[in-house]
Design a protein around this ligand. Structure first.
Ligand code: PMP
Length: 443
């Protein structure tokens, strides 16, 4: 029976009604308070109800709430683009503003294709991506993503994408392999896949610098992305970094890939860009990519009604300004270290916690049946879902992922609290999570 007229995620259950939110807490209509330990889905970087962001949105609404980009640009969208370019990795020179992560990925894929078409390389039509990855739910983004559960019903509609292994040291590095050997094997697999596809057929390699929704904050091994960059350069293909979830300060640097010391050709961001105050995403591209289009056809054959939305841009600009003004990037580094330590104290010896990992305030816990063999829990058990339910019952939001998703191995919990989270809120988060995990395990 339909409970409301909205198609919710579950067609069988209506979620609680959120009626208020402030700082790190969301309130429902039954009077319950939830500590937002996941920032929704790594969205709420400044927490809820930030007065400066709300004021900036009000000012923009009063001034000009909407102006279609076929006719106008706006100061606020230009300033946001300038701000992002000024802080982006080397060579990034242009920004395209969209309304979310999937749209950013679609845009990135099309921009990369048009770049080669304008260069006379129309034979390039393939993207290479990784297994156990998520790049969005629209058809192009779903096609490059490696999330089998989401892809399966739609497979006939999706383009073929050759896939390589994710960089997932905890599960995939063999005991007799050093980290460097493991990394070299992954890079070898990527180069082999490119050669097999035919380097002149490949547009680009797509990867999340720190894996989010399909793995629970899995960081790359040292040197992995340097190697990716070199291979892409060797074969003249683009490196597209999907920072929709891990970007915009979440890992302790504005772009997660900064910590790997390489500059991608294209970077997508969303979630933390607007911090949840508005739906907004962005594609950042090397200046040379856009310059080729400028010299060629003179336009990017793309567009959506809400690109460059002024109120969304105002929210995102305010979020980025607050992060800088309040030194929140340093705070992410400090609080991230605190949270990791607290997780280590509480779960480090837990018989069903195999790995605690991540960067900044983007941390994951992997649950295993057996620590020694790393055997995951049976997917049918849906441990991740049980933990989410137990956490919600204790007033805690965590982002669960799990074994029901083919191609994803085991159950994970992702923690991505707002950057403004206090140390005492972090201890409360960890205490409630410990109770929720143990309650879910005895079921
Ligand atoms: N890429 C990544 C890495 C993501 O985590 C997500 C969302 N979880 C997306 C793309 C899609 O973003 P959206 O849900 O805003 O369309």
């Amino acid at each position: 029976m339909l409970m409301t007229h909205i198609i919710h995620r579950s067609l069988r259950q209506t979620p609680p009604f959120a009626v208020g939110a402030s700082g790190v807490t969301v309130y429902d209509s039954a009077g319950n308070a939830y500590l937002d330990a996941s920032g929704g889905a790594a969205v709420s970087s400044l927490g809820h109800g930030h007065p400066d962001v709300i004021a900036a949105m009000h000012r923009q609404i009063d001034r000009c709430a909407y102006a279609h980009t076929a006719f106008f640009t706006t100061e606020v969208a230009e300033e946001l683009a300038d701000t992002l370019v000024a802080r982006a990795p080397a060579g990034i020179g242009a920004v395209y503003l969209v309304s979310g992560g999937s749209e950013a990925m679609e845009t990135a894929l099309k921009l990369a294709r048009q770049y080669f078409v304008e260069g006379g390389e129309e034979g390039r039509s393939l993207f290479i991506a990784r297994r156990q990855s998520y790049h969005g739910n629209t058809l192009g983004a779903l096609a490059v993503g490696g999330n089998e559960w989401r892809r399966k019903p739609f497979a006939p509609l999706l383009m073929e994408v050759p896939r390589v292994a994710p960089c997932y040291e905890y599960r995939d590095r063999r005991d007799n392999q050093s980290v460097d050997e493991y990394t070299a094997a992954l890079l070898d697999e990527l180069e082999t896949a490119i050669i097999k596809a035919g380097p002149d057929k490949v547009i680009g390699f797509v990867a999340e610098p720190v894996v989010g929704a399909t793995g629970g904050a899995i960081p790359p091994t040292p040197g992995y992305f340097k190697g990716v960059r070199e291979i892409c350069d060797r074969h003249g293909i683009l490196f597209i970094a999907d920072e929709v979830m891990c970007g915009m300060g979440r890992t302790g640097t504005l772009f997660a890939i900064e910590q790997d010391g390489v500059a991608p050709d294209i970077i997508t961001v969303a979630k933390g860009l607007g911090g949840g105050y508005q739906p907004i995403g962005a594609v950042l591209a090397q200046g040379a990519i856009v310059e080729r289009l400028r010299q060629g056809s003179g336009s990017f054959l793309h567009g959506h009604t809400y690109i460059g939305h002024p109120v969304a841009a105002a929210a995102a600009l305010a979020v980025q300004q607050v992060i800088e003004r309040d030194g929140l990037q340093q705070q992410v580094q400090r609080r991230g270290a605190t949270l990791k330590r607290m997780l280590g104290d509480v779960f480090g010896k837990h018989e069903h916690v195999g790995d605690i990992r991540g960067r900044g305030l983007f941390l994951g816990i992997e649950l295993v049946r057996d620590r020694a063999t790393k055997e995951p829990f049976a997917p049918e058990r849906k441990l991740h879902a049980a933990i989410k339910a137990e956490a919600m019952a204790r007033g805690l939001m965590v982002y669960p992922m799990g074994g029901t998703i083919d191609g994803q191995r085991g159950d994970h919990i992702l923690l991505a609290p707002p950057f403004i989270v206090s140390a005492s809120e972090l201890s409360e988060i960890v205490a409630r999570l410990a109770e929720a995990v143990d309650a879910a395990l005895v079921k």
